[in-house]
Design a protein around this ligand. Structure first.
Ligand code: DC
Length: 225
């Protein structure tokens, strides 16, 4: 049977992972958080003392990396690095910048491409990332470009960090959001951009429930689920 796929791309903090996870539950699809995979490579570089922007050094590290992705009893995606569950560790704030830097390297993107495509061949997926609709799954059944104003995204990220007991400063978080957008959109390989056939969903001013209804409606208009 042909597998179905829903691609959700957009800048950080637009609510992609929260919404995609809920959509996956609602539709019985597997949720794939591709940012987590880049984060795992970022964490690996950091742990080995490698500059995440050093293309040569990172490329040299890749063949020796054991990166695994699995689904726990909780149904959630877990990431493994050299056998260790790093699902929590990759969420540290400083790993965001490392992830964004390694994600700009062509060797890293090529290395992770097949892992993502294989998951989509074997499951009905909702995959979120930056280049899912443009590069990873250009034939996706539904493509959504999810965005919101930078200030709204920074505010959400800020609240998330506080809830996790981490210290944060809103202006600093906004600067980081803007910087990460710039890096993700301006890079040469697979930059973040809306696929021509993606539908634009802007969640500025919408709460989670409203955003969820919006996305569910967009999916159901396009796919019989
Ligand atoms: O979605 P996230 O914030 O966890 O992603 C971490 C970084 O990985 C982000 O800066 C962009 C990058 N990324 C990417 O380049 N391509 C993807 N498909 C997913 C994430």
């Amino acid at each position: 049977m042909k597998r179905r796929s829903i691609a959700i791309d957009g800048p950080s903090g637009a609510g992609k992972s929260t919404l995609a996870k809920r959509l996956a539950q609602e539709l019985g699809f597997v949720y794939v958080d591709t940012g987590a995979i880049y984060r795992t490579v970022g964490l690996a570089a950091r742990r080995r003392g490698i500059d995440p922007a050093d293309g040569e050094a990172v490329a040299e590290m890749l063949p020796r990396l054991a990166i695994g992705m699995g689904y726990g009893e909780d149904g959630l995606q877990h990431m493994f690095l050299d056998g260790e569950d790093v699902t929590q560790a990759i969420r540290e704030n400083e790993i965001s910048a490392c992830a964004s830097k390694v994600a700009a390297l062509p060797a890293v993107r090529a290395f992770l491409l097949e892992m993502q495509r294989k998951t989509a061949r074997e499951n009905d997926v909702i995959m979120d990332g930056r280049d899912i609709g443009t590069v990873v799954l250009p034939q996706a059944d539904v493509k959504i470009y999810l965005t919101a104003a930078a200030e709204a995204r920074a505010e959400r990220r800020y609240r998330e960090l506080l809830e996790r007991g981490q210290r944060a400063d809103l202006n600093q978080v906004l600067r980081e959001v803007v910087e990460r957008d710039r890096r993700d959109m301006d890079r040469e390989v697979s930059p973040l951009r809306k696929a021509e056939d993606a539908v634009l969903a802007d969640t500025t001013g919408l709460d989670l429930e409203e955003s969820f209804r919006l996305l569910l409606g967009l999916v159901r208009e396009r796919l019989d689920v």
